[in-house]
Design a protein around this ligand. Structure first.
Ligand code: NAD
Ligand code: IPM
Ligand code: MN
Length: 352
């Protein structure tokens, strides 16, 4: 098993280090670990946020464990050189179109949700976010209008095959869970979304056992705080999924808790090739202080064990160790507690 570790910027390396301690403790046989530069770190060392050698390393691996990219010092660079292009480039170049972002309430955290505990208690949902299209990857630019005003523009589009493959991921995920799929779009305004909805309905015929419904994204954002327990699987586009997943994180207590898996179609020896990362970013406001919550990174490693390394038992062990850590009262600063990054890592290892 070949693992490419791309820790990146800010708290990326801090939280990834804890995930690596957990992997180390599992003593996985035949695991080779490579480290590559990405993001602002990639730009500083190689002049590019996604240096060619890093991309080659990722391609040669069975899985990528990703930290975070983003650096305020790089925000004025031309867009193609900004740190965020590293993660966008990896998703695109590696064909990782399906982003699984699970959010569930851990025992003991009910009172720490941004929602009332009786509302938060029932959360157990999965956001299936499309990751290779939408307004993220359309043409974009800055131009002048005829009367000389500056105008920024970004083209939003989805082709039917792009929608169909993520629809199938969503239906299949629902089939392995509670059998309910909610497709989120803005079909009342956007043609992109009308096609999205049409293809969702067409694809439903392949999955007669799944209950499909549709929400407009504004209503979905509202329902997510009104009654998040109503959701099983949510399937949505790149932009809406980005926003709703950060929102879902606060419903379960903190963005420091939500892992993700970005999957494509390439099979590896033990599973499917994937890139695994917390949903949060480089958090420059807390970087370097040892206070970031590493649980999202650790849970991302668990998803990697499950999907790419075919080690369901180890994945479940790691998830149980995280659940026990939280149940025992260990809380990061993000959850109003006193435990720093290292202390949380220590507690997970002890529970493991
Ligand atoms: P962010 O997710 O980095 O941080 C948002 C807030 O949440 C901050 O207050 C931060 O301190 C807090 N936070 C995030 N992760 C935490 C953790 N593990 N423990 C405790 N607190 C945590 O979002 P942002 O501030 O909007 O973006 C910062 C940079 O990260 C930007 O450059 C952005 O583009 C980038 N970003 C990268 C990724 C990625 O690499 N996949 C994801 C999101 C944002
Ligand atoms: C995420 C991030 C990225 C996204 C950024 C950094 C490009 O917010 O992974 O959620 O928008 O997809
Ligand atoms: Mn995001």
């Amino acid at each position: 098993m070949k693992l490419a570790v791309l820790a990146g910027d800010g708290i990326g390396p801090e939280v990834t280090a804890q995930a690596l301690r957990v992997l180390d403790a599992l003593r996985l046989p035949r695991l080779t670990i490579w480290h590559g530069d990405v993001g602002g770190a990639g730009y500083r060392r190689h002049g590019h946020p996604l240096p060619p050698e890093t991309l080659e390393m990722a391609k040669a691996a069975d899985a990528v464990l990703f930290g975070a990219v983003g650096d305020p010092d790089c925000d004025a660079l031309e867009r193609r050189l900004r740190p965020e292009q590293a993660i966008l480039g990896l998703r695109r170049e590696l064909g990782l179109f399906a982003n699984l972002r699970p959010a569930r309430m851990f025992d003991g955290l009910e009172d720490l949700s941004a929602l009332r505990p009786e509302i938060a208690r029932r959360i157990d949902l999965l956001i299936v976010r499309e990751l290779n299209g939408d307004v993220y990857f359309g043409e974009k630019g800055m131009r002048r209008t005829a009367d000389g005003r500056r105008e920024g523009w970004d083209a939003m589009s989805y082709a039917e095959d792009e929608v169909r493959r993520i629809a199938r991921t969503g239906f299949a995920a629902a089939a392995s869970r509670k059998g309910r799929l909610t497709s989120v779009d803005k079909a009342n305004v956007l043609e992109t979304s009308q096609l999205w909805r049409d293809v969702m309905v067409e694809t439903a015929a392949e999955f007669p056992e799944i209950a499909l419904d549709h929400l407009y994204v504004d209503n979905a954002a509202m329902q997510l705080v009104k009654d998040p327990g109503q959701f099983d699987v949510i399937v949505t586009g790149n932009l809406f999924g980005d926003i709703l997943s950060d929102q879902a994180s606060m419903c379960v207590g903190s963005i420091g808790l939500l892992p993700s898996a970005a999957l494509g179609e390439r099979q590896t020896e033990h599973g499917i090739f994937g890139l695994y990362e917390p949903i949060h970013g480089s958090a420059p406001d807390i970087a370097g202080q040892g206070g970031a919550n590493p649980l999202a990174a650790i849970l991302s490693a668990a998803m990697m064990l499950r999907h790419s390394f075919g080690r369901e038992d180890d994945a479940a062990r790691v998830e149980q160790a995280v659940a026990r850590t939280l149940a025992s009262g260990i809380r990061g600063y993000d959850l109003g507690g006193q435990a720093g990054t290292l202390a949380i890592g220590d507690a997970v290892l002890a529970n493991l």
